[in-house]
Design a binder for this molecule. Structure first.
Ligand SMILES: NC(=O)C1=CN([C@@H]2O[C@H](COP(=O)(O)OP(=O)(O)OC[C@H]3O[C@@H](n4cnc5c(N)ncnc54)[C@H](OP(=O)(O)O)[C@@H]3O)[C@@H](O)[C@H]2O)C=CC1
Ligand SMILES: O=C(O)C(=O)Cc1ccc(O)cc1
Length: 405
């Protein structure tokens, strides 16, 4: 049994007309009183109001959970509005649309429940064939702040930077090659989705603000070092971050095999690959800042693999590739200091990272939505083909057993 907002009832009935497995009801009261296991799957910012509205109608002894990406507001809403005889077992599928849930992490939170209720939820959700990860709500929010929120900050900032310079990066000759394909495809993937998913998990996750703020600081400070030509300081800072995040020479934290095979990514270019355009060396400010941010906050990204999204694993795979491929990191530093090719984009990237961080710290939902919406509109005409390329890239990477675990 399912419902949307009451005014969408007729549309939903029509949408599910041929599906005898799903019965559409008029509202959450009717779903709640008739169901023994209820999942709320609504915007994080709305979960409080929605549970306040329908929670009191929950059937006696039922189990209630939610798919909200950030658990703090969801659990608060459940505690406040559900009758005390109701068990609370929440969940979170750690992947977006068009990803096969098989083998992907599915977080299960036994917040207030008997073993019997918890087993029942596990049994129901086993059909997804995901990898069950048992966490508390606080652990969930801490880990997803480190993985999702700060990863999204990087891609959201790339989109704003390219938009500010009114360019589709795949149409020029500067963004060519595997790492650039990942940046472009994941940026488009994020901007093609609903704004509230990203705003919710950044603004409402109490753990996320620190990370997003540090990402903005790392970006700014590295950019200053490049701009001012402070070569020794830049090198010392980046190599210190490398040692902290990826381990010292001789005791690396990365595995024997790289997470990612760089050559897989080369195929997933949007549009036509410019002929005779070899990849241009880039200073990859976004990746240097990401690793610097992890280092400053003492985050070891490999510790979070059990509870990570494909997008995070892909991003970590690219960062690892940059830091472990001989010569690549030094190329980045050289370009950052000597080459002006990416200066304008880097300036806009830095401004964007700071803008997102300020917006999140001030809990400005409306400003966040507007910032997202204008850039979404800029890229929208290109979503159609681009999303397919992005999905194919994601699938190829997940199928090569590289970033799977
Ligand atoms: N998209 C993703 O990749 C993932 C999302 N999540 C989480 O899942 C949740 C849902 O996200 P998603 O499905 O993507 O977003 P959607 O916007 O597609 O779904 C949310 C739905 O809830 C409806 N809704 C809002 N208020 C009510 C109400 N009072 N009664 C009934 N329905 C209501 C919305 O209607 P309306 O549009 O009219 O407001 C909308 O249809 C979010 O918390 C998100 O963070 C978790 C994992 C992955
Ligand atoms: O992989 C990602 O980080 C995504 O962007 C998709 C996503 C969005 C929200 C979630 O709660 C889980 C996954």
């Amino acid at each position: 049994m399912a419902c949307d907002r009451e005014e969408k009832y007729d549309d939903l009935v029509e949408e599910f007309a041929g599906n005898s497995n799903v019965q559409i009801l008029r509202n959450g009261h009717l779903v709640s009183r008739a169901s023994s296991y209820i999942i709320y799957s609504v915007e994080a910012a709305a979960i409080g109001c929605v549970v306040a509205q329908f929670g009191p109608s929950t059937r006696l002894g039922a189990i209630v959970g939610g798919q909200t990406s950030c658990k703090d507001p969801e659990i608060k809403a459940f505690e406040e509005h559900l009758p005390s005889d109701v068990d609370i077992v929440s969940c979170h599928s750690l992947h977006g649309p068009s990803v096969d849930p098989k083998g992907q992490p599915l977080v299960l939170i036994k917040h207030r429940a008997s073993d019997e209720s918890f087993n029942k939820v596990e049994t129901v959700l086993r059909c997804l064939q995901s990898k069950h990860v048992h966490l508390s709500a606080e652990e969930h929010d801490r880990i997803t702040a480190d993985t999702q929120a700060v990863t999204h900050a990087a891609f959201l900032s790339m989109g704003k930077a390219w938009h500010a310079n009114t360019q589709f990066p795949w149409e020029g000759t500067r963004y060519v090659g595997g790492i650039e394909n990942v940046k472009i495809n994941l940026m488009l993937r994020i901007y093609a989705q609903k704004w509230h998913v990203y705003a919710g998990l950044a603004i409402l996750n109490p753990e996320a603000h620190k990370q997003i703020n540090q990402f903005a600081r790392s970006t700014t400070e590295l950019y200053y070092l490049m701009l001012e030509g402070r070569a020794a300081e830049l090198r010392a800072r980046v190599y210190a971050a490398k040692e902290k995040v990826f381990g010292a020479e001789g005791s690396p934290k990365w595995g024997a095999n790289p997470l990612l095979r760089g050559d897989i990514l080369d195929h997933f270019t949007i549009g036509r690959r410019p002929e005779n355009s070899p990849p241009l060396p880039n200073n990859h400010l976004s990746l240097l800042a990401m690793v610097d941010c992890w280092s400053m906050l003492g985050i070891v990204p490999y510790d979070h693999m059990i509870c990570s999204t494909p997008l995070f694993r892909l991003w970590l795979g690219v960062a690892e590739h940059l830091f472990r491929t001989p010569g690549l990191l030094d190329d980045c530093l050289r370009v950052g200091l000597e080459d002006n090719t990416f200066r304008r984009d880097d300036l806009q990237f830095t401004i964007a990272a700071c803008g997102w961080a300020e917006c999140v710290s001030l809990r400005q939902f409306e400003t966040w939505r507007e910032r997202f919406a204008v850039t979404q509109k800029f890229f929208e005409p290109r979503f159609k083909g681009a999303i397919e390329v992005g999905n194919a890239m994601m699938k190829a990477v997940l199928e090569s057993d590289s970033v799977r675990d």
